[in-house]
Write a protein that binds this ligand. Structure first.
Ligand code: HH2
Length: 281
């Protein structure tokens, strides 16, 4: 049975694992830049991820890799025009990964049903009002600074407490814009203005973010911290580390996992969760 938006939003209570497949319609994403700019390639990737068990497909048309520049809304929309209908046709719930209200509006009109905002409503405040008006669930992610400069010299006294306070504040801002609290998901923003020790503390401290009372999404997939821990320089070869990070976060209360490799995570979750059930967990 396919998943509903409510299943996703209540996953922190049910314990259901939700898999969000990444579809980057960009020339420059850090791990798959250029691979899915061609609409036919994007379409087959969406179909493949849905067949592999993606509950959600997160479509983005602007890279947020460290050092990246901005892509105008009109250019994002041009990249999305042919791809969104194919993602919607795959049967998965489509989420739009953007910080811009104009792009989100275009995507929602084309059948997307969730908004994933890595700026948590700070880049374009109209985005929160739009999510409120459409009743669309919204992911609020923590980022220190902006992609261009975020990895320059990130500093925290207590990264988990600071990220949690930030997310609590952005939840309040979203509610003030009319978003219902139960339609919010939060995300510590792995790799967004964080050094290795910050990423590890946040994945270990997911339980403290879950205490905010909404579902926690994590996006460790293929990221640099996995390369730092393993010595693997190629992002596309960081699948084992990605799976380990997702399962470790799952054990601590994360329920939504944003990954490039959907089938592999589904298999890992099937085994992990079966063992937990056998243990009476
Ligand atoms: N990470 C990326 C992009 N969007 N959204 C959420 N909510 N959480 C994340 O961790 C997250 C995200 C970066 O990964 P990717 O999309 O593969 O790369 P790029 O930004 O270079 O397109």
């Amino acid at each position: 049975m396919s998943i509903t938006l409510d299943d996703i939003l209540t996953s922190h209570r049910s314990g259901r694992a939700v898999v969000m497949g990444v579809l980057n319609v960009t020339p420059d994403s850090f791990s798959d830049g250029g691979a899915f700019l061609d609409p036919a390639a994007a379409r087959s990737q969406a179909e493949r991820m849905a067949a592999e068990g993606a509950d959600v497909i997160d479509v983005g048309a602007e890279s947020t890799r460290p050092g990246s520049g901005r892509v105008p809304a009109s250019e994002q929309i041009a990249r999305l025009r042919e791809v969104l209908p194919a993602a919607v046709a795959s049967g998965a719930i489509v989420s739009i990964d953007t910080t811009r209200a104009d792009v989100a509006r275009f995507a929602l009109d084309a059948g997307a049903r969730m908004v994933n905002d890595v700026s948590a409503g700070r880049d374009d405040p109209a985005l929160l009002a739009l999510a409120a008006e459409r009743g669309a669930p919204v992911v609020l992610m923590h980022m220190l600074g902006e992609p261009k400069s975020m990895q320059a010299d990130p500093q925290y006294d207590d990264v988990v407490a600071e990220v949690r306070a930030f997310l609590a504040g952005r939840m309040d801002a979203a509610v003030a814009a009319g978003v219902r609290r139960e339609r919010i998901l939060v995300d510590p923003g792995i790799g967004f203005g964080k050094r290795l020790e910050h990423n590890l503390a946040l994945l270990a401290g997911v339980g403290e973010l879950a205490a905010l009372g909404v579902a926690v999404l994590v996006g460790p997939s293929r990221k640099r911290f996995i390369g730092e821990l393993s010595g693997e320089p190629a992002p596309a070869s960081r699948l084992p580390g990605t799976l380990a990070a997702c399962l470790a976060a799952r054990r601590r209360g994360a329920t939504v996992f944003r990954v490039h490799d959907v089938g592999a995570l589904r298999q890992a979750l099937a085994v992990h969760d079966a063992i937990d059930r056998a243990a009476g967990g």
